[in-house]
Design a protein around this ligand. Sequence first.
Ligand SMILES: Cc1cc2nc3c(=O)[nH]c(=O)nc-3n(C[C@H](O)[C@H](O)[C@H](O)COP(=O)(O)OP(=O)(O)OC[C@H]3O[C@@H](n4cnc5c(N)ncnc54)[C@H](O)[C@@H]3O)c2cc1C
Length: 417
Amino acid sequence: MKNIVPGSIEVRHKMKIAINGCGVAGPTLAWWLQKYGHEPVLFDQAPGLRTGGYIIDFWGTGYDVADKMGLVASLKDDAYFIKHVRTVTAGGFTASSLNTSAFHDFTNGRYLSIARSDLSKHIYQACDGIETHFATSVTDIQDQGDKVRIELSDGRQDVFDLVVGADGLHSHVRALTFGPQEQFEKHIGFYVAAFILPGYFPRDELAYVSHTRPGRQISRVALRGDQTLFLFVFSKKFVTEQPVGEAAEKTLLRDIYGNMGWEANAILSRMDEVRDVYFDRVSQIKMPAWTKGRVALVGDAAACVSLLAGEGTGLAMTEAYILAGELQRTDGDYVAAFHAYQERLQQYLTRKQEAALKFAGFFAPQNWFWLVARDVMMNLTSVPILGKKLLAGSFQSDLDLPSYDMPLNPQRQEMDN
Ligand SMILES: Cc1cc2nc3c(=O)[nH]c(=O)nc-3n(C[C@H](O)[C@H](O)[C@H](O)COP(=O)(O)OP(=O)(O)OC[C@H]3O[C@@H](n4cnc5c(N)ncnc54)[C@H](O)[C@@H]3O)c2cc1C
């Protein structure tokens, strides 16, 4: 296996690091660790990289990290440059409209929409030669002080210097190391479901079209290859018991959205064709510490901001970049690196989580008053100056990405000599 890639930096204290989860944070972390001369090994419970799935908006510091990794050109190849976000009435008439050119203005054009699976694919494809085990996950972690012994779902055992959980909202590494998810999960009061259908009409190219009733929204986005993505966001008041299994999830969607108006019945009537429904609670993860001993968490596993932030992938990449960078800066002093990782990001991510909560009303306002208010606000975004003011808060970032392409920590070098 190749550990040093062209342009990589030789570390004196090379570490073997297990990363559980090959979504967005996992391969980003692996890429940077490999660049710094470490030996990352990726595990994912899925049989291969996931395909399809929902579309994400990608911008902010995550975009900057992708740029540093040389990924932006390939991301653009698979991106969608959505032009309008539109809400429609039950009869299909436009109720409000938001021109996304403002998003591009705020980000200097550094904004795109892409399938989460395509983002993950491009990051992973850049992880040239990194040892990866799909259909395999970390099932036990024994931190022995000087090493970590892990057990894998295929029965194997292995020893690593560090273990990182990049295994998403329902992280197993977090459960094994920090305890049950309930301690850290803040359920925001919504559920989300998504699926893709071929040959759906109408399409409305490069537009995000949605119909909302109090507590429930249904949206569609036309994708390439005659596919359409449907996204459902609904209040937990419609859910007496979380459904288990795809059949139960489809039944619940039919119960909630049947007779909702607009295209709901046409969409639901084709749900039997769908084999892969994404369904989950909308939650945030709030933890006092993301590291314990030789184990760290990154991405949604550590500090999920939820879909309401519209920035979870970018933040996951930012966390991965900073975690790897701090391990590089401290040259193997993982205690100092873990401390710096948390110091740099905790308040920033807390602010992002708080800001995200303000968007709950956008997806599924709880009553008609807030629904109309949401549409009025959306229309006001097209008013010059006022529109900029309304949207500015959503794009603010007070995090400057540190640069880690530096020689070894001189103090550490002296200690070693
Ligand atoms: C509907 C929806 C819309 C969203 N919209 C946006 C958006 O517009 N913009 C944005 O930036 N973000 C958005 N997000 C959030 C974004 O998808 C996440 O924040 C991001 O994917 C987190 O990356 P991650 O690598 O931490 O976790 P994930 O992307 O969830 O990856 C986790 C990986 O871990 C693997 N895994 C899970 N459990 C185990 C296990 N036990 N063992 C081994 N492997 C395991 C999974 O297979 C997966 O590959 C949205 C989320 C949803 C649900």
